[in-house]
Design a binder for this molecule. Structure first.
Ligand SMILES: Nc1ncnc2c1ncn2[C@@H]1O[C@H](COP(=O)(O)OP(=O)(O)OP(=O)(O)O)[C@@H](O)[C@H]1O
Ligand SMILES: [Mg+2]
Length: 265
């Protein structure tokens, strides 16, 4: 998919989509069942020339707890910036924001995140800040690795893992810290197809085994939407729409078709 081509089609009427219903036992429509919520959120940077440059403009969305959502949009539309704000790495200038905590940001390149020599040490690394006994640490590491299908790799040196396996170890690190919101920025960009599907399925299984965890996954790959409960589509720093994944997929495909038609007309 050529995402950058999507931005060129600006004449499309933008539909408003409802937020998909969550699992009934998990979400009863009250505010505590939203993992991420923002209203009219803006973020600007100051350029070297001292000018204010808006990056995110009036962004509003809400994501129910316990779901896997995807965030799509052309290059430079603001996906990573939005994710970093949700992770607490950047602060919005305006608007309302609420994200359940603890939250964890998993980087695109696992080599930037995996720090210890063996898989079990790496997953245990972030637990040093909690006052846990050895048995508690061992149990949390085992459960987290099991959730992402990496328990059998407990003793393996990290450098012997594939890119997708390293991603899963990085996700296990976040799970071991009992994070409630997982923020994942284009994890599958550098992975082959098998690793790509492995990482998505690991996230999906993790969510299925816990009602507490919510994941927001930035991607350029339209086909990954089939694993999503919902999706957000951005352009030029704005949330254009958010709602159920199949409607967003239809919308993006229609936008692509309109663009192609425009090229050949
Ligand atoms: N620190 C910064 N200084 C200047 N411009 C920035 C800064 N951070 C982000 N931007 C700009 O903000 C816009 C949004 O960037 P962002 O990285 O959030 O986009 P993205 O949707 O994640 O893009 P991609 O798909 O390429 O990863 C881009 O135009 C980018 O150049
Ligand atoms: Mg990005």
């Amino acid at each position: 998919m050529n995402q950058s081509s999507l931005a060129a089609v600006s004449t499309f009427k933008l539909p408003v989509l409802p937020i998909p219903h969550s699992h009934p036992s998990r979400n009863c429509g009250n505010i505590d069942n939203l993992a991420i919520e923002c209203h009219n959120m803006c973020y600007s940077i100051t350029t070297k020339q001292g000018r204010l440059k808006p990056i995110l403009k009036d962004c509003s969305l809400s994501i129910p707890s316990g779901q896997l959502w995807m965030l799509l949009g052309p290059n430079g539309s603001g996906k990573s910036t939005l994710l970093k704000i949700f992770a607490g790495l950047l602060n919005p200038n305006e608007g309302f924001l609420r994200v359940k905590k603890p939250r964890s940001f998993v980087f695109q390149n696992p080599d930037h995140q995996v720090v210890m020599p063996t898989v079990k040490d790496d997953v245990a690394f972030g637990l040093s800040k909690f006052n846990l006994t050895y048995d508690e640490i061992r149990s949390r590491v085992a459960r987290a690795l099991d959730a992402v299908g990496m328990y059998d790799y407990l003793q393996r040196p990290v450098q012997t893992l594939s890119g997708g396996q390293k991603q899963r170890v990085a996700i296990a690190g976040a799970l071991a810290e009992a994070c409630k919101v997982l923020l994942l920025d284009e994890l599958t960009t550098f992975l082959d197809e098998a690793d790509q599907v492995g990482v998505i399925k690991a996230v999906k299984n993790t969510l299925a085994s816990s009602e507490e965890i919510t994941a927001l996954w930035v991607t350029h790959r339209l086909e990954e939407l089939e694993y999503a409960d919902g999706a957000v589509y951005m352009e030029e720093g704005k949330v254009i729409m958010h709602g159920d994944a199949s409607s967003i997929m239809d919308f993006i495909e229609a936008r692509q078709a309109a663009y192609i038609k425009q090229i050949y007309s």
